[in-house]
Design a protein around this ligand. Structure first.
Ligand SMILES: Cc1cc2nc3c(=O)[nH]c(=O)nc-3n(C[C@H](O)[C@H](O)[C@H](O)COP(=O)(O)OP(=O)(O)OC[C@H]3O[C@@H](n4cnc5c(N)ncnc54)[C@H](O)[C@@H]3O)c2cc1C
Length: 399
């Protein structure tokens, strides 16, 4: 067959298997794809070189926040996903016994700097026109919503529909639900090579040779490595983020609380370190503080204490009481950033049976549920609630 492939591996090809779809990567994106494809009645094999949520999806936060989406296309995918997570919060525990800790707690965008007011007004007018519920809070409203915020904070926007899940539990629940629908899960099984022709694909792992009609590549920041197996070059950058976890602070954080400048850090192309305050409480009572952004390499999970200090200083400026707590843990993850900051979902133009699902940067949890559904719609040839075009990989390849 006329194939697009890397040379075959030298090792024993192992047991031969067949499937409708092989999904590569069991982060939140791959897990969601595997679940949605299995629910669509397809025979799915989910192949992960480590274990579910051991990549970025296990080193992040679980905010389902709409207001940081930079484009209408991202926002529409996120709004669909918002709705899907609310449904999955009921369906997944019923199917798997795993509670994904969905909490519709709402978020606050703190508008503190004079310079942020105009940008926040423009953004909120756009969000409201798109149907995102929001309300402006004055000083009294801000402190009624979050009594422990710094007293000088006088303006915020409340987004009552925003929510939170626990991403590791959500990934585990999606994998478990996919398995319950007949999907086969291959943990600790790295993909070594891929072949793709017009009619079929072949995925060679360390143990199996799986022939399938489709391959979904959901390998996060490692997607470029997987695509090189097909001789395809596509940039997905690694943008590191760190989180500091604080215990013992005598405060309560009711919402997800973020500085308005967070929007700028998400949308820009800065290569220097950027930090914007993000503070939230988990169900277990600890307080998570983020967030930083720094371009790095995919395997850079090193915690930098200077960055932790900057994150803590920012958090304390919002909630002074955090200064009385202790940082008990810190971790880092790497966000998969596409060249235009929007997710990449759809078939490769040069290998149309290879479907990508990556590049969600800081919104992979948010957009994860809908991404799986969109991939299932693409492969099953069904209409989706959002158009496919804005996400297609073809936008990065000249014709
Ligand atoms: C600090 C931080 C905070 C964040 N907070 C939020 C948030 O609040 N809300 C939100 O929506 N998003 C957030 N994000 C972003 C979110 O975490 C990511 O967008 C999302 O986790 C990406 O998921 P993924 O499945 O694409 O990648 P990953 O979770 O990295 O999964 C990719 C998987 O592919 C596997 N893989 C790679 N190569 C191979 C191979 N050859 N063979 C087999 N398997 C392979 C890897 O082992 C990995 O498990 C945050 C990110 C960070 C770093």
């Amino acid at each position: 067959m006329d194939t697009l492939s890397k040379s075959a591996p030298a090792c024993d090809p192992g047991q031969r298997l067949t499937a409708d779809v092989v999904v590569i990567g069991a982060g939140i994106i791959g897990a969601s794809c595997a679940f949605a494809l299995a629910r669509a009645g397809l025979a799915v094999h989910l192949v992960e070189r480590d274990a579910p949520a051991r990549g970025t999806s296990g080193a992040c936060e679980g905010n389902l926040v709409l207001w940081d989406r930079p484009t209408s296309a991202d926002l529409h995918l996120a709004m669909w996903s918002h709705q899907r997570w609310a449904e999955l919060a009921v369906e997944l525990p019923a199917q798997t016994g795993i509670d994904i800790e969905y909490d519709r707690k709402g978020s606050l965008m703190i508008v503190r700097d004079e310079g942020d007011v105009a940008a926040a007004q423009v953004k909120c007018a756009w969000l409201a026109a798109e149907g995102v519920p929001l309300e402006w809070l004055d000083q009294a409203g801000v402190h009624a919503a979050e009594p422990d915020l710094a007293p000088d904070i006088a303006l915020a926007v409340h987004f009552p529909a925003d929510a939170q899940i626990e991403p590791r539990l959500a990934t585990a629940a999606l994998v478990s639900a996919a398995r319950g629908l007949g999907a086969r899960i291959h943990n600790h099984e790295a993909v070594l090579s891929i072949e793709s022709s017009e009619a079929a694909t072949m995925v060679q792992t360390v143990r199996h040779r799986i022939t399938a009609s489709w391959v979904v590549v959901a390998a996060g920041v490692w997607t470029p490595d997987v695509l090189r197996m097909l001789g395809v070059d596509l940039q997905v950058s690694a943008r590191k983020g760190q989180i500091a976890i604080v215990a013992g602070a005598p405060i309560k954080v009711h919402h997800k609380v973020m500085e308005a400048s967070y929007m700028t850090t998400v949308a820009n192309d800065e290569t220097e370190l950027q930090v914007a305050a993000v503070v939230e409480a988990t169900r277990a009572g600890s307080i998570l503080m983020g967030s930083s952004r720094l371009l790095t390499h995919p395997n850079d999970r090193r915690v930098d204490l200077e960055v932790v200090n900057r994150i803590v200083a920012k958090g304390v400026s919002l909630f002074p009481g955090l200064a009385s707590g202790k940082v008990v843990r810190s971790y880092a993850g790497v966000r998969p950033l596409s060249p235009d900051h929007s997710p990449i979902i759809g078939p490769l133009p040069m290998a149309p049976r290879v479907v990508l699902a990556t590049g969600h940067e800081g919104g992979g949890v948010m957009m994860g549920a809908a991404t799986g559904d969109l991939v299932a719609c693409l492969i099953a040839g069904r209409a989706a609630p959002v158009p496919f075009e804005p996400y297609l990989p073809s936008r990065f390849f000249s014709h």
